[in-house]
Design a protein around this ligand. Structure first.
Ligand SMILES: *Cc1c(COP(=O)(O)O)cnc(C)c1O
Length: 364
């Protein structure tokens, strides 16, 4: 069916972006700032590009409260390339690194590290289908480890770390691909934060890496330039052509986040959206059954199933008639997954909540 205008888009990533951001990009699409060309048609060495590039960095710094002893880098290859770059840079010979394996992405990160060196499982939630977050006391790591790696939000199963362990001298590296800037975090607790942009920050094509400078200084030296954090830091992420249009869009999304009131406002907004949807699940007398343990529920990905796979399908078809799209669960767990990243509106969540209630009522 051809849609007349914008649907209620709950895609898991790439995902919905703020309408005002899209309209702004549209308005200057053919003629950026009176240059007579699109932003995507101009040199990454020009002053227009440079201004946007640095604005994206300074907005990230401001909105996340990134201390001065951190670098903010833009890298291509997605969060998946970080799975490889992290051990290549930080897992030096003779060292080991731990991974909390709490979902599909966490496991992929762990497996990739194993290709490079000695990676071990610091905690695993596989035995309960990754429906929970490990207690801090379950995390096994030792003081000499190169780092401990966590995935702050498990996009596929819908669990989220609501707090982070204090790992002392062991550098804590966190994949925040699906919840970066969804709430305030104390960046100084982490040696590195990284995130593919396409969930919470913009379109696909750029990955943000926020890395403490001493980590970069101590990183492996014998790396191909394009895989070395030090090289990105040295050239302000413009060693080669960066994904210019993606970074331009990220800058716009960050401006939008700032207008909304920053990380604090995002958390408020996200928690209202999540609360609304979880309350429909909890008040459905078991019709909608959440996947995640209540205490570990994600503010970003709400996962649930109906009493049968057939009803899952029927519900999704019904939701589509209400312009609610993108709610199919990941193939590894089935059911439904509703992704409500920063840009998803409360209004869309309200439509979905009503749709869920109506569907249940109509069946009963
Ligand atoms: C989506 C996702 C990834 C993979 O990102 P790519 O940019 O596609 O490589 C990694 N980690 C998490 C937590 C994700 O949600």
């Amino acid at each position: 069916m051809t849609k007349k205008f914008r649907v209620h888009n709950f895609n898991a990533g790439p995902s919905t972006l703020p309408l005002s951001v899209m309209e702004e990009a549209q308005a200057e699409f053919l003629n950026y700032a009176g240059t007579g060309m699109s932003f995507m048609e101009m040199s990454h060495r020009g002053k227009e590009y440079d201004a946007v590039h640095n604005k994206a960095i300074s907005l990230l710094k401001e909105l996340m409260g990134v201390p001065d002893d951190y670098e903010i880098l833009f890298i291509q290859g997605g969060a998946s390339m970080q799975f490889a770059m992290i051990p290549m840079n930080f897992l030096l010979p003779g060292k080991q690194c731990g991974y909390a394996v709490t979902g599909v992405w966490a496991e992929k990160a762990y497996e990739e590290a194993g290709v490079i060196g000695n990676a071990y499982i610091a905690a695993s939630t596989k035995d309960t289908n990754n429906n929970r977050i490990p207690a801090f006391t379950e995390l096994k790591y030792s003081p000499k480890d190169a780092y401990l790696h966590l995935t702050s939000n498990n996009t596929i199963v819908g669990t989220q770390w609501h707090d982070f362990p204090d790992t002392g001298n062991v550098p804590l590296i966190v994949d925040m691909s699906s919840d970066i800037l969804c709430r305030p975090v104390d960046v100084s607790r982490f040696a590195m934060i990284y995130a593919g942009a396409q969930k919470n920050l913009g379109p696909a094509g750029v990955t943000i890496a926020i890395i403490r400078k001493d980590m970069i200084a101590g990183a492996a030296k014998n790396l191909p330039i394009i895989l070395s954090y030090a090289a990105y830091a040295k050239d302000n992420s413009i060693y080669n052509t960066p994904p210019t249009f993606s970074i331009y869009m990220v800058a716009k999304v960050l401006e939008w986040v700032k207008e909304q009131g920053g990380a604090v406002a995002m958390e408020k907004r996200n928690s209202a959206k999540a609360k609304l949807l979880y309350s429909v699940i909890d008040e459905s007398n078991g019709f909608y059954k959440g996947h995640a343990n209540a205490a570990d529920r994600s503010m970003m990905n709400v996962t649930f199933r109906l009493p049968s796979a057939e009803l899952d399908k029927k519900f999704m078809a019904y939701a589509a008639t209400e312009n609610v799209v993108g709610i199919g669960g990941h193939r590894s767990i089935g059911g439904c997954r509703v992704s409500i990243y920063n840009s998803a509106s409360l209004e869309s969540c309200q439509v979905l909540a009503e749709t869920m209630k109506k569907f249940q009522k109509n069946l009963g």
